[in-house]
Design a protein around this ligand. Sequence first.
Ligand SMILES: Nc1nc2c(ncn2[C@@H]2O[C@H](COP(=O)(O)OP(=O)(O)OP(=O)(O)O)[C@@H](O)[C@H]2O)c(=O)[nH]1
Ligand SMILES: [Mg+2]
Length: 381
Amino acid sequence: MFATDDTIIAIATPAGRGALGVVRLSGARALDLAGAMLECGASLQPRHATLTRITADDGAAVVDEVVATFFPAPHSYTGEHVVEISGHGSPVLLHAMLKRAIVAGARLAEPGEFTLRSFLNGKRDLIQSEAVADLIDAATPLQARVAFDQLEGTLTERIASIDVQLFDLIARLEGSLDFPDEGFHFIEPLEAVAQIDETIKALDALLATAETGRLVREGATVVISGRPNVGKSSVFNNLAGASRAIVTSIPGTTRDLITERVNIGGIAVTLVDTAGWRETADIVESEGVSRGTHARGIADLVLLVLDGSEPFTREDEQLLVATARTNRIVVSNKRDLGTLQSSLPGIREDCLVPPLTVSALTGDGFDQLRRAISDRGRTVA
Ligand SMILES: Nc1nc2c(ncn2[C@@H]2O[C@H](COP(=O)(O)OP(=O)(O)OP(=O)(O)O)[C@@H](O)[C@H]2O)c(=O)[nH]1
Ligand SMILES: [Mg+2]
């Protein structure tokens, strides 16, 4: 475990070169240590951006012009004294600043330590601290919005209101137990039951949003399955917006799993193309088929692709049965060639909802498919 009362320093901007680079100090000695590096010394005015210069290791030569800002405790990110020094984004200059501050007594911060200190100093709770990392890691605008909501305390407020209800209930129940002879009750049994029911409802409502929250935060794995040659790789390429997987008219083209990260309706989707499902004596293809089956088993959502222009095959039927209890969307591809299958009665029994008809060749139906993926992705049980 590391100390929480010393002064820490870290480069706050990403590794590499950029127009700007920011070094951040936090702790009781932040102002002194910054002052030891800055030409203006420790005379920074609270919350004023000061244009000054920074000196090299020996303190003699000037190495960069910087803007320094001092945020006195407790009105800072961490709740401690914080100094942010914004210079040019050269790794050499930024590391020189780190070195000088460390020689003067600062400690290099551990990952997440600024946020840890903000938690320890009561600036944000654990839920909000987690949201800081989610906001930084957000890959889609929806992820960023949800993380920011959490950072603002939306979830914290909902939990706090349940906490208040429970606290009130406990206080009244204890009052009734402590003063049984007073001739009155702080709460009647029926009222207590009603309050408990209300709390359970509020918790259930919160839980119902948890899975959606997880999916938005962590993203969803969507696996494309189907027998050979139905157009899985073509559907994959269309959703990925790039010709990532090889498409040929030879059944058994795809062997390995192919993955691509895509933003579908704000959800960060890991799209997985798989080998066409069939029994085969080919060792390589057979390995591909078993990898595809495994991927299907861990998917949040399966896109089961059929060739709508051809009659059902035994493999189609087997896959429809195998995925009947899976969160799946049945996609009938090759709509441009006509949809022979939708007239087949078998489809109604195996698919609770009629298949979505698309054409990976023309792109028809893909807007609906994307919408269906983001809707179904949010309702995973
Ligand atoms: N007309 C038409 N042809 C399509 C469509 N989608 C795919 N194809 C053709 O169908 C053939 C098979 O397409 P793929 O995307 O490679 O099919 P796959 O399911 O990945 O095949 P395997 O990897 O072998 O399992 C190719 O010749 C594609 O050009 C479509 O919507 N319409
Ligand atoms: Mg393929």
